[in-house]
Design a protein around this ligand. Structure first.
Ligand code: SAM
Length: 230
């Protein structure tokens, strides 16, 4: 099975428990990280925003809350995750204006030069082909548009031993209890460990044609926000 199809299947299996697992496994930090990401986007004041790998919609909802006049659309290639996002949207004031649609980051259903900002949280790490995905993001952005990537990165050296113990032992245990799918979270731990440090992702963004690339580490650099311009 191609890598993308495996990722799709894995998220389909955990879709209903994803939000709870996310909250517990991040110790509540995921809220703060999403807010920091959206604060960066708000400063740019885009009108057309595509939230890629939107999952259950956290980033899209926060974007709509902070930028109520912007057109926010969420794309994902896992229908089960999109179903959770749509269900949540019905209960959040104003969120029914968000369109959630199928969209594979390797070939987005968006025209060239069509959006002011792209956000993507914890999606780039799962790309089957990262250079291709980053070029695809650049394709859909207008000239002067920006991409905002929130992703796990390699943490500060002092924090690494504790963090990798957590990834190897505590995360799979909690994940198995919450989602019943230990394998999905073994994958998560493996993909975090294998993901490049922020300087390398910044270089990959430049290689994809982006300029003015900045990386902001959060919480001992467990995650980082990369901002880059087309
Ligand atoms: C870890 S979840 C993140 C969801 C959400 N962004 C959040 O902040 O909670 C990763 C999501 O990326 C989606 N995804 C992974 N690769 C993708 C791709 N190539 N195209 C579209 N969606 C993708 C998965 O289906 C999943 O919903």
């Amino acid at each position: 099975m191609p890598e993308g199809a495996k990722v799709q299947k894995m998220f389909a299996g955990i879709a209903k428990r994803y939000d709870l697992a996310n909250l517990l496994l991040s110790g509540g930090c995921s809220f703060y990280w999403t807010r920091r990401l959206v604060a960066q986007v708000k400063r740019f004041a885009p009108k057309e925003i595509a939230d890629l790998a939107t999952g259950s919609g956290d980033v899209a909802f926060e974007l709509k809350r902070r930028l109520p006049d912007a057109c926010v659309r969420g794309f994902d290639f896992c229908e089960e995750m999109l179903a959770v996002a749509r269900e949540r949207a019905e209960k959040i004031p104003g969120a029914d204006a968000i369109e959630f649609a199928f969209g594979d980051c390797m070939a987005l259903p968006l025209a060239e030069d069509s959006v002011d900002a792209v956000t993507i949280a914890y999606g780039v790490r799962n790309f089957e082909n990262r250079p291709r995905g980053l070029r695809e993001i650049r394709r859909v952005l207008k000239t002067g548009g920006k991409v905002f990537v929130l992703e796990f990165t390699q943490p500060a050296a002092w924090f690494r031993p504790i963090y990798f113990l957590y990834l190897k032992f505590l995360l799979p245990l909690v994940a198995r209890v919450v989602t019943g799918d230990k394998k999905a979270y073994d994958y998560l731990a493996g993909s975090i460990e294998a993901f490049p440090p922020k300087e390398r992702l910044a270089a990959e963004l430049r290689d994809a044609g982006f300029s003015s690339v900045r990386a902001i580490g959060l919480t001992a650099s467990i995650v980082a926000i990369h901002v880059a311009e087309k």
